[in-house]
Design a protein around this ligand. Structure first.
Ligand code: ADP
Ligand code: MG
Length: 627
């Protein structure tokens, strides 16, 4: 074979300096690209063997990554199908560009290396991000093939000559450039292999050539590798998502979880994904135990393409409300060098997203039906996902409405249907709406909860981060229901009925009482009202209207309600005309009237955690005085 020189068919002066310059931050992916090319080559020879198109010995498939610190080379070798000189010209030299101008034009706006490599089929050329000389030394499986060697120094000039390989397969030898010497480290390469190659389907062996004398030289006079045959295989070739669920035990799923997230608690449960139409996808998704800090738990799903790790940014593939799930998704329909813009534009991605939503809903439904008690126990963790999903995805809501749970202050759990049934008799108002009462803070709202329960009402607990939104959303979705926080009015007025509240006070006495309290309350924003409640209800109750409170809550959360956020708080002060204390105040002298009224209002504020600072101090000294 004669040495041949030529030009790589890229109609631009030199793209490699551009590659290096633009892609510096992402340059570790060169190893992913070259190792996955090697894996492809090994799998291709296996397939040719299986199809009877190759009659030689396929042998044990193997890919090796070798680091030679002293020679400053990284070599990626495989015993795959190899290439003939003709094939090198075809697959390596004729880079699929439609033209230099298009390349440079698109390159300009590219945000990451993946985007460029994906768009231009540049997997192999990512080698030039870290190397200033690349060699291919290869021998094809084809009958009578001669070994071939290709060298390129990063210009558009290449050289093909006779190669030295005596066995079928390919070596890619990278002469690492001065700026990329960080990759000449065993630790660094191990780290990159752990990230991208951990679950590749072909054994990946990692060996380091050391400089130490005691290793000596081999028969050919070359320094030896300190390769350990078994324990430097960096990957698991059959990760669980490639297996059938029937062949796996709970322990297998838990072990895999521990392998992915070594320091996490066990997950609550998992879903094995497996679909081959209309797109191909496998994977295992885990529901983790939720931690306080959600942000720490995001982006824990790993995306693979044929067992090659791609990214843990799965934003477009996994619905937003499931971003806290953990696990892996593998889809050959997603190209290796996937970019954000690809994901957003790809039709399959939306389908994958819908599929995952459906699978998660089905799994939850199955758990609910199979073992309601255990489902209820896990609700604290899964409720957040479910509620978020119900709010944000109509399709999910349609399924989840049958298993979503509401829990009350007695820790009893109900489905939406069951709850409606439970409370409609006592809690239907005069307009025929069923009023759902809820508490967001069991301690602060205890007085109100007790008052409502004394009236025979049931109170739901809505104290998680998402409940605010969940309540508004449910109010719109469920027909003829309205939701009221338990401290939105006094117990008698929480559910508007036709019956009149009778007060023992005459109209004149009511006006007097109202005046006494209005004088006693010096803060702005409080409106006094005298009402007839049960004699053993609280003498004074301070409430904020449901609508006003919700608007303020939303403004606080940045929901664009700044108009309400800026409004001063306004409260209703309900005086229980039937309470003994009110009669006592009426009968007292003027000075005492004011003191008692102040005291009663402060007690109400205190019981709701609203009495603080100077007001609290004044209350304490007034109390001492009264004793
Ligand atoms: P892609 O992998 O997307 O086809 P690459 O630029 O990574 O693009 O590789 C170009 C082509 O070069 C491959 O399709 C394959 O034909 C050939 N090739 C690369 N590496 C090897 C290898 N180790 N063994 C055999 N062929 C290879
Ligand atoms: Mg490739």
């Amino acid at each position: 074979m004669t040495t041949e020189k030529g030009s790589i068919s890229i109609h631009t002066e030199n793209i490699f300096p551009i590659i290096k310059k633009f892609l510096y931050s992402d340059n570790e992916i060169f190893l992913r690209e070259l190792v996955s090319n090697a894996v492809d080559a090994v799998q291709k020879i296996k397939r040719l063997g299986a199809l009877g198109q190759f009659n030689g010995e396929v042998g044990q498939p193997l890919v090796e990554v070798k680091l030679d610190e002293k020679a400053k080379t990284i070599t990626i070798s495989d015993n795959g199908l190899g290439m003939t000189a003709e094939e090198i010209k075809k697959y390596i030299n004729q880079v699929a560009f439609s033209g230099a101008s298009e390349f440079v034009e698109k390159f300009k706006d590219a945000k990451d290396a993946n985007e460029i490599i994906g768009k231009f089929g540049l997997g192999f050329y990512s080698a030039f991000m870290v190397a200033d000389l690349v060699e291919i030394n290869t021998l094809s499986y084809q009958d009578g093939a001669e070994p071939a060697k290709w060298t390129c120094d990063g210009s558009t000039e290449f050289e093909i000559s006779e190669g030295t390989r005596t066995t079928r397969g390919t070596d890619i030898i990278l002469h690492i450039n001065a700026e990329s010497e960080e990759f000449l480290s065993e630790h660094k390469l191990q780290e990159i292999l752990d990230k991208y190659a951990k679950f590749l389907p072909v054994p990946i062996k990692f060996g380091t050539k050391t400089d130490s004398v005691e290793d000596g030289v081999d028969e050919e006079g070359k320094a030896k590798y300190t390769s350990v045959e078994v324990d430097n295989i960096v990957n698991t070739t059959n990760p669980i998502w490639t297996k059938a669920p029937a062949d796996l035990s709970d322990a297998d799923y838990l072990d895999f979880y521990k392998q992915l997230y070594p320091f996490s608690d066990d997950p609550l449960f998992w879903i094995h994904l497996n679909v081959d139409y209309p797109f191909n996808l496998t994977g295992v998704l885990y529901f983790p135990k939720l931690k306080e800090d959600f942000d720490m738990q995001r982006n824990k799903i790993k995306l693979f393409s044929r067992q090659v790790f791609i990214t843990d940014e799965v934003k477009d593939i996994v619905p937003e409300f499931l971003m806290l799930l953990h696990g892996v998704i593998d889809s050959p329909d997603i190209p290796l060098n996937v970019s954000r813009s690809f994901l957003q534009a790809d039709g399959n991605v939306k389908k994958i997203n819908n599929y995952i939503t459906k699978k998660v809903a089905d799994k939850l439904n199955e758990l609910f039906k199979a073992d309601r008690k255990s489902f209820e126990e896990k609700w604290g963790d899964i409720g957040l996902f479910v509620k978020y999903g119900m709010i944000s995805e109509e399709k999910f809501y349609e399924k989840a409405k049958d298993f979503a749970l509401l829990t009350n202050t007695k820790k009893e759990a109900f489905t939406l249907e069951e709850y409606k049934e439970k409370v409609s008799a006592a809690q239907t108002d005069k307009n025929g709406n069923v009023v759902y009462l809820y508490a967001t803070d069991l301690d602060k709202q205890d007085g109100f909860i007790q008052a409502a329960e004394k009236k025979g009402y049931d109170v739901l607990v809505m104290d998680s981060a998402i409940d605010n939104h969940f309540v508004s959303s449910m109010e719109q979705k469920l027909e003829k229901t309205s939701w009221k926080r338990v401290d939105a009015s006094v117990a008698n007025q929480l559910i508007e009925k036709d019956e009149k509240l009778e007060s023992v006070l005459s109209e004149e006495q009511s006006t007097t009482v109202k005046g006494i309290f209005e004088k006693a309350i010096t803060k702005p924003g409080y409106t006094v009202e005298v009402v007839g409640l049960n004699p053993d209800d609280a003498p004074v109750t301070i409430t904020m209207d449901e609508f006003m409170r919700r608007m303020k809550d939303m403004a606080k959360m940045g929901g664009g309600m700044s108009f309400y956020g800026n409004m001063p708080d306004s409260y209703k002060v309900a005086i229980n005309g039937n309470h003994k204390l009110v009669s006592k105040i009426l009968a007292a002298g003027e000075e005492e009237q004011s003191k008692f009224a102040k005291q009663a209002v402060d007690l109400a504020l205190l019981s709701q955690g609203m009495l603080t600072g100077a007001e609290l101090t004044a209350f304490v000294s007034r109390s001492v005085e009264l004793i």
